[in-house]
Design a binder for this molecule. Structure first.
Ligand SMILES: [Zn+2]
Length: 431
């Protein structure tokens, strides 16, 4: 089933004409209302879609530097809602929506969820977090638009998730892939059988997930699992999603124009070549985004899809162009960890961050060396020395405060962490 056949099966030439028209409108709107865009884009000529490649990029740092409303094209009083993503340095990235923007969001969520098997009348258990994060309300609104019944459980509380799955028997379940699998695994540990719940489809997103994790979710629930992609800077979830063919994620490209660029040079790459995804909003009014660098690495294809949709597709994400990690749906910059560690006098600036994604919920562990002066005072390296134990506890608390994430901390013997002359390997991810 296709939610909006007219838009989703539009002939490529007609869609391209629509994209160009909307691109011109968006640029004109942004230039007229946002000084940041007026300075950079004033005088831009858009004769064809290819002319987009000559416009400058917008980056997450631009949002931070114009925090909170500097990139907004409407006064705060005209916003219907704001969301925010977790950010570094204590300031989130704030984005806004007019009533019309929310309508677009509901439409693209309805499209991507329908492509994943959601149907009117289905019960959906929504295990994405509700709040400033766009996951919870994004899926909620999309489900209501389709005509589904939403169970707004939000994230966390595994026991309640299991109870509701058992008693309400939803057709669909959505949440971050690691949390969804955690629900199933802990149910099995307690002697339950997630396969007997009758879940037909699972919709996941908000963190990178491998095909191995997908296979584990599908086995656990005896259901199909679909990838839905998005980011709040563009709209939230619903930018792109898989259809039943699962040959990439269909981009709602009448609303979001995708490009792939070389992450180092910024040069536009042809279809099939891997690079960084760059997105331009074509209809968003509150905070138009021109050539936004998502940091996500993927490929684009415009080949026809078996499902009949004619939109461009992106391959499942390969990773990040920059150092940002997404753990449990939270953005984590290794630099935050580094800053927290370096502020502690009793620690050496030698550390490594281990991200273990082989378990259901990603686990974080920081290994760091204590300072020689402290070790001397303790009579050498003794991991169980009370002073080291106290230090360990203090640093764990500090890391949680700074990053919003719980992580393990191991104090290791001097010279354990490999030294590097060049760029040190600070992050080791296991998948
Ligand atoms: Zn398709």
């Amino acid at each position: 089933m296709i939610w909006n056949p007219e838009a989703e099966r539009e002939a490529p030439a007609a869609r391209a004409a629509r994209q160009l028209e909307r691109l011109r409108e968006t640029v004109a709107w942004a230039v007229a209302r946002v000084p940041f865009h007026a300075e950079r884009l004033g005088g831009a000529r858009l004769r064809t879609l290819d002319d987009l490649a000559a416009l400058p990029f917008t980056r997450k740092s631009d949002l931070r530097e114009h925090y909170p409303f500097g990139l907004f094209a409407v006064p705060p009083g005209e916003l219907a809602r704001v969301h925010a993503s977790s950010g570094t340095k204590g300031k989130p990235t704030v984005v806004g929506y007019t009533a019309a923007d929310l309508d677009v969001w509901r439409e693209v969520m309805a499209r991507t969820m329908t492509a994943a098997g959601a149907r009117p009348g289905d019960l959906l258990q929504n295990a994405f977090g509700y709040g400033l994060f766009t996951g919870g309300l994004g899926f909620h609104d999309g489900a209501e638009r389709i005509g589904m019944t939403v169970v707004p459980v939000s994230s966390g509380n595994t026991a309640r998730q299991q109870l509701l799955l058992q008693d309400l028997r939803p057709a669909g379940l959505c949440g971050t892939p690691s949390f969804v699998l955690h629900i199933a695994e802990s149910m099995i540990e307690q002697g339950g059988d997630p396969q007997a719940l009758g879940v037909r489809y699972v919709m996941c997103g908000a963190e990178p997930w491998t095909d191995a994790l997908r296979a584990a979710i599908e086995r656990a629930f005896a259901a199909r699992a679909y990838d839905i992609y998005g980011l709040s800077e563009i709209i939230g979830p619903g930018v792109a999603g898989e259809c039943e063919a699962r040959q990439g994620l269909h981009v709602c490209d009448d609303h979001f124009l995708p490009e792939i660029v070389d992450p180092a040079t910024g040069t536009v790459q042809p279809p099939g070549i891997e690079g960084e995804l760059v997105l331009t909003t074509l209809t968003r009014r509150a905070i138009p985004m021109i050539r936004y660098r998502t940091g996500d690495i993927t490929r684009l294809t415009t080949e026809p899809c078996a499902c009949g949709r004619t939109s461009a597709r992106i391959a499942r994400l390969k990773g990040r162009a920059d150092d940002m990690l997404i753990v449990k749906g939270v953005n984590l910059y290794p630099s935050e960890v580094e800053a927290a560690l370096l502020a502690v006098e009793d620690l050496q600036p030698h550390y490594v961050l281990l991200v273990d994604r082989t378990t259901t919920l990603a686990k974080l562990e920081v290994q760091v060396e204590p300072a020689p002066a402290l070790l001397a005072a303790c009579g050498g390296f003794q991991p169980d020395h009370p002073r080291l134990t106290t230090l360990r506890r203090q640093v764990i608390d500090r890391l949680r405060e700074v990053t919003g994430l719980g992580m393990e901390l191991t104090l290791v013997a001097p010279r354990t962490i490999p030294r590097s002359e060049g760029k040190a390997v600070r992050v080791i991810e296991r998948r």
